[in-house]
Design a protein around this ligand. Structure first.
Ligand SMILES: NC(=O)CC[C@H](N)C(=O)O
Length: 226
């Protein structure tokens, strides 16, 4: 199985994603966006970083790279796609997933560890966990506040499309445990094409290697094996 980790100008978590995937035994390769998707790709990661310097809006310019037409077509065909942080912003900017990620309530770049509650364990990205599990992952973003109109959010909730919510260490979803002001504390959501497409703002690839002292994120990447 080969997972394509797409590198845009300014991506900076692309090699971390490859290393994290390989650490759990999933083959991964870096793909420069101008080169297009390799023929035999079995999964796609949109990695974190600062594509195009976050100009206009984070993810807005990468979303307009021609490779994103190929990513959408692959997603239509059932290829798993995971967007992480800047990749989540690219995912929402390219209509793979609903809503938008916009400037943190603090108006600052935030780099910290957060707790997440698994809201729906019935997706490839959360099947390694139980519903209600609390995991810890790092965040590092300036534009991570999930925003979506009320009607759409109600529908996402009704359809069980919220995969992770920010919470405290005990799993309580509170305003204090919401690091960026995301609506309904949403940290990750599945795509309109099905739950084989998902994005999340926290970084599972930074919490997968034993050496980093936290492997809570490995289960998310296990989704490529599902
Ligand atoms: N770590 C990242 O992927 C950063 C995302 C984006 N550049 C932001 O600051 O919001």
């Amino acid at each position: 199985m080969t997972i394509a980790v797409i590198r845009f100008g300014g991506s900076n978590c692309d090699r971390d994603a490859v290393q994290a995937l390989e650490s759990i035994g999933v083959d991964a390769e870096l793909v420069w966006h101008e080169d297009g998707l390799p023929a035999e790709v079995e999964g796609i990661v949109l990695p974190g970083g600062f594509s195009y310097g976050d100009y206009l809006r984070a993810g807005a310019m990468a979303a307009r790279s021609p490779i994103m037409d190929e990513v959408r077509a692959a997603a239509d065909d059932g290829t798993p796609v995971l967007g992480i942080c800047n990749g989540a912003q690219i995912g929402s900017e390219s209509s793979l997933t609903p809503g938008a990620f916009t400037t943190n309530e603090s108006a600052r770049f935030q780099c910290e560890h957060v707790h997440l509650r698994v809201e729906n364990a019935d997706t490839p990205w959360t099947a390694a966990y139980e519903e209600g599990d609390v995991i810890e992952l790092p965040i590092a973003h300036g534009e991570g506040r999930f925003e979506v109109d009320d009607d759409r959010l109600e529908q996402l909730e009704a359809d069980d499309r919220i995969v992770f919510r920010y919470c405290d260490a005990e799993g309580n979803v509170t305003p204090e445990a919401n690091p960026n002001g995301s609506k309904h504390s949403v940290a990750g959501v599945t795509g309109d094409r099905g739950d084989h497409v998902a994005v999340l703002m926290p970084h599972p690839e930074r919490a997968t290697l034993e050496d980093l002292g936290n492997t809570d994120g490995a289960g998310v990447l296990e989704g490529f094996r599902a």
